[in-house]
Design a protein around this ligand. Structure first.
Ligand code: NAG
Ligand code: NAG
Ligand code: NAG
Ligand code: NAG
Ligand code: NAG
Ligand code: NAG
Ligand code: NAG
Ligand code: NAG
Ligand code: NAG
Ligand code: NAG
Ligand code: NAG
Ligand code: NAG
Length: 533
C-alpha cells in the first residue's frame, strides 16, 4: 500500500505545483510587461488581441503569442514567436519589444503600423525572422539591427522607410534574405555588405538608391537573386566582376540609369533571368548565355552590333526583348519556337528587307510587354449534391475519388521575384514543389487563380484540401492546420531559385475553420522547426 500512498503524494504535489504555477508568474515578467506595452501602443479595431487582457501570455493562449514549451533555467516560460500577420493593427512598435530576449520570429506583416522601427529590436540576439513588410513604417533603418547575428530573413519591404542602408548590416552574419524593396531608401549601397557570406537574395528594387554598384559583391558566394530595379545609379556601370557571381540565377537592373557595356556573363552557368532594360547601356549583346535562361530583356538601351547565333537555340527561352536598341543584323535564322516571345521593334534590323519574316517581330509596342497569362479554375460538376452549398466546402478537382467534397484552407501567396516570364508551362512543377514541401499529394493543392503584377510578381490564391484516406475527413484537423501554417509562416520551403522567394499575404481561416479550436493562434505546443531556406 505504501507505493500507492507515495504515488498519491506525487499527484498531490504536482497538482499543488500546477496550482502554484498558475497563480504565480509563468511567463518571464519582463516579457509580460513588454507584451502589455506592445498592445498599449497598437490600435486594434477588430479586437484580435482581446485575449491579451486576461491571464498569462504563455498559459492563457494569447493570440499570436507562441512560447517555448519548457521552462527555462530561470523558472519561466519565454516567448518564442510573435505572429500578428494581417490583423488590421495600426499604431506603432514599442521599444519594449527589445525585452523579448529569446524571440525567434517577430511578424507584423500586412498591417498598418506607422512610426519607426525601434532600435531596441537589435537587442533580440536570438531573432531569426524579422517580418515588418506591408506597413507604413517610416524613418531610418536602425544601425542596431546589424547586431542580429542569427537573423536569417529581414523583410521590411513595402513601407516608407527612408535614409541609407546601415553599413552595420555587414554584421548580419547569418542572413540569407534581405527584402527591402518598395521604400524610399537612398544613398550608396554599402560595399561592406559583400561580407555577407550567406546572403542569397538581395531585393532593393523601387527605392531611391544612388552611387555605384559595389564591385565587391562578386565576393558574395551564395548570391542567387540581385534585384535593384528602379533606382538611380547615375553614371555608373555594371561591374565586370559580376561575371564571377557563379550561383546567380536572376539579375534585374531595370531602369537604374546604368551606363557602359554589359560585362561577360558566360560563366554564370545558372543564370535564368536577365533584365537590364531601360538603361543607357551600349556595346554588343553578350555573346553567350547559358542554356537555362528563360528571360532576356535588354530593351531600351543603346546596344549595337548583331544578335549572336547562340541566342536562337536557347532551349528554355520564353522571352527575348531587344526593342529600341541599335541592333543591325542577326547571325543565323529567325526560327525560334512559337512559344518564345521575340521583340525587335525599334532597331535598324527591322528595316533590313533581306531577313525573311523579320517584320512580325518588329511590331510597335502594342502593349506587348505585359503577359496576359491568368488562370481561374472552373468548378467541378458533380451530380450527387453531397457538398454543403456554402462557400466553404467544394468538390476537389483532381481528387482520386470522384466528387470528393472538402473544406480547403485558403492562402494568399505571391512569388516576389520569379525567374521566368510565363507560368503556365511550370504550373505542374510548382504544384509538386509546394505539395512536396508540405508533405502532401499534388491533388491536395489547387491554384485557384493567379495573375501577374508589377515587378513582375506573380500573385496567386492557393487552396489546400485534406487528403482522401480511410478517415474520410472533409476537413483538416487543428494540428494539421497549425503544421501547415507554420511551414508557410516560417519559410520552411526548400530554397528554389526558379520560383524565387514568396510572400504570405493571408492565411484565412473561414467557415468551419473559424471556430476557436482551429484558430491556429490558440496553440501553444508547436512543433520544433528549423529554418531551411
Ligand atoms: C488553451 O488552448 C488549449 C488548446 O486549444 C485548450 O485546451 C486550453 O483550455 C486553453 N487554455 C485556456 C486558459 O484558454
Ligand atoms: C481591415 O483591413 C482590410 C484590408 O486589409 C480592410 O478592407 C478593412 O476595411 C479593415 N477593417 C478595419 C475595421 O479597419
Ligand atoms: C541592449 O542590451 C544591453 C545589455 O543587455 C543594454 O545595455 C542596452 O541598453 C540595450 N540596448 C537597447 C537599445 O535596448
Ligand atoms: C561589426 O561589428 C563589429 C564588432 O561587433 C564592429 O567593430 C564593426 O564596426 C561592425 N561592422 C560594421 C560595418 O558596422
Ligand atoms: C513597388 O513599386 C513600384 C513602383 O512604384 C510599383 O509599380 C509596384 O507595384 C510596387 N510593388 C508592390 C509589390 O507594391
Ligand atoms: C527620391 O528622391 C527624390 C529627391 O530626393 C524625391 O523627390 C522622390 O520623391 C524620392 N522618391 C522616392 C520613391 O522616395
Ligand atoms: C573572377 O575570379 C577569379 C579568381 O577568383 C579572378 O582571377 C578573376 O579576375 C575574376 N574575374 C572577374 C571578372 O572579376
Ligand atoms: C539547367 O537546369 C537543369 C535542370 O534544372 C540542371 O540539371 C542543369 O544543371 C542546369 N544547367 C546549368 C548549366 O546550370
Ligand atoms: C516550348 O514548346 C516546346 C514544344 O512545344 C517545349 O518543348 C518547350 O519546353 C516549350 N518551352 C517553354 C519555355 O515553355
Ligand atoms: C515565313 O513565314 C511563313 C508564314 O508565316 C512561313 O511559311 C515561312 O516558313 C517563314 N519563313 C521563314 C524563313 O521562317
Ligand atoms: C487573400 O489573398 C487572396 C489572393 O491575393 C485574395 O484574393 C483574398 O481576397 C485574400 N483574403 C483576405 C481575407 O484578405
Ligand atoms: C490530424 O491529422 C493528421 C494527418 O491526417 C494525423 O496524423 C493526426 O493523427 C491527426 N491528429 C489528431 C489529433 O487527430
Amino acid at each position: 500500500m505504501s507505493w500507492m500512498r507515495s504515488l498519491g503524494c506525487v499527484f498531490v504535489l504536482s497538482y499543488c505545483y500546477l496550482v502554484l504555477q498558475t497563480d504565480a508568474q509563468i511567463t518571464d515578467p519582463s516579457e509580460v510587461a513588454a507584451l502589455k506595452s506592445v498592445k498599449k501602443n497598437l490600435v486594434d479595431p477588430m479586437k484580435h488581441l482581446s485575449s491579451w487582457e486576461r491571464g498569462d501570455p504563455c498559459a492563457s493562449n494569447w493570440t499570436g503569442i507562441f512560447c517555448f514549451d519548457t521552462y527555462a533555467t530561470d523558472g519561466y516560460l519565454h516567448v518564442r514567436e510573435l505572429q500578428l500577420l494581417k490583423m488590421n493593427l495600426s499604431g506603432h512598435l514599442t521599444p519594449e519589444l527589445g525585452q523579448l530576449s529569446r524571440l525567434i520570429i517577430l511578424d507584423f506583416m500586412w498591417n498598418e503600423l506607422d512610426g519607426t522601427i525601434p532600435k531596441e529590436i537589435g537587442n533580440i540576439s536570438s531573432l531569426q525572422l524579422l517580418l515588418l513588410n506591408g506597413n507604413k513604417l517610416s524613418g531610418f533603418l536602425p544601425d542596431e539591427l546589424g547586431y542580429l547575428s542569427k537573423l536569417d530573413r529581414l523583410q521590411v519591404d513595402m513601407n516608407y522607410i527612408s535614409g541609407p542602408i546601415p553599413a552595420s548590416f555587414a554584421n548580419l552574419s547569418s542572413v540569407k534574405h534581405l527584402h527591402m524593396n518598395n521604400n524610399s531608401i537612398r544613398g550608396q549601397i554599402p560595399p561592406e555588405l559583400s561580407k555577407l557570406s550567406t546572403l542569397r537574395h538581395l531585393l532593393l528594387d523601387n527605392n531611391n538608391l544612388s552611387g555605384y554598384l559595389p564591385p565587391e559583391f562578386s565576393d558574395l558566394p551564395e548570391l542567387r537573386i540581385l534585384q535593384l530595379d528602379n533606382n538611380k545609379f547615375i553614371g555608373s556601370g555594371i561591374p565586370d566582376t559580376y561575371g564571377n557571381l557563379s550561383k546567380l540565377a536572376k539579375l534585374s537592373l531595370r531602369n537604374c540609369s546604368l551606363q557602359g557595356s554589359i560585362p561577360g556573363l558566360s560563366s554564370i552557368q545558372n543564370l535564368l533571368y536577365l533584365d537590364l532594360s531601360k538603361n543607357e547601356l551600349n556595346g554588343p549583346l553578350p555573346p553567350t548565355l547559358f542554356d537555362n535562361i528563360t528571360t532576356i530583356d535588354l530593351s531600351d538601351n543603346h546596344l549595337n552590333g548583331s544578335i549572336p547565333r547562340s541566342f536562337s537555340n536557347l532551349p528554355s527561352l520564353q522571352r527575348l526583348d531587344l526593342r529600341n536598341n541599335s541592333l543591325s543584323s542577326i547571325l543565323g535564322e529567325v526560327n525560334l519556337p512559337e512559344n518564345v516571345t521575340l521583340r525587335l521593334g525599334g532597331n535598324p534590323i527591322c528595316h533590313d528587307a533581306n531577313i525573311p519574316n523579320i517584320t512580325q517581330f518588329c511590331e510597335p509596342e502594342a502593349g506587348g510587354d505585359k503577359t496576359p497569362e491568368r488562370l481561374t479554375n472552373s468548378k467541378v460538376s458533380c451530380y450527387v449534391q453531397s457538398c454543403p452549398t456554402d462557400d466553404f466546402f467544394e468538390y476537389v478537382a483532381s481528387s482520386p475519388v470522384h466528387c470528393f467534397c472538402a473544406a480547403p484552407l485558403r492562402i494568399g501567396y505571391r512569388l516576389k521575384s520569379p525567374s521566368f516570364s510565363y507560368f503556365t508551362p511550370h504550373v505542374n512543377q510548382f504544384e509538386k514543389y509546394v505539395t512536396r514541401s508540405l508533405n502532401m499529394n499534388s491533388y491536395q493543392l489547387s491554384i485557384d487563380s493567379f495573375f501577374w503584377e508589377e515587378g513582375p510578381r506573380l500573385r496567386m490564391y492557393l487552396k489546400l484540401f485534406p487528403p482522401v484516406n480511410n478517415v474520410h475527413s472533409t476537413m483538416y484537423n487543428a494540428t494539421e492546420v497549425q503544421r501547415i501554417r507554420d511551414i508557410f509562416a516560417s519559410w520552411q520551403f526548400p530554397p528554389n531559385d526558379f520560383f524565387g522567394p514568396y510572400e504570405l499575404l493571408n492565411f484565412t481561416l473561414l467557415g468551419p475553420y473559424g471556430q476557436s479550436m482551429y484558430c491556429c493562434y490558440f496553440f501553444q505546443a508547436k512543433m520544433k522547426f528549423q529554418i531551411l531556406s
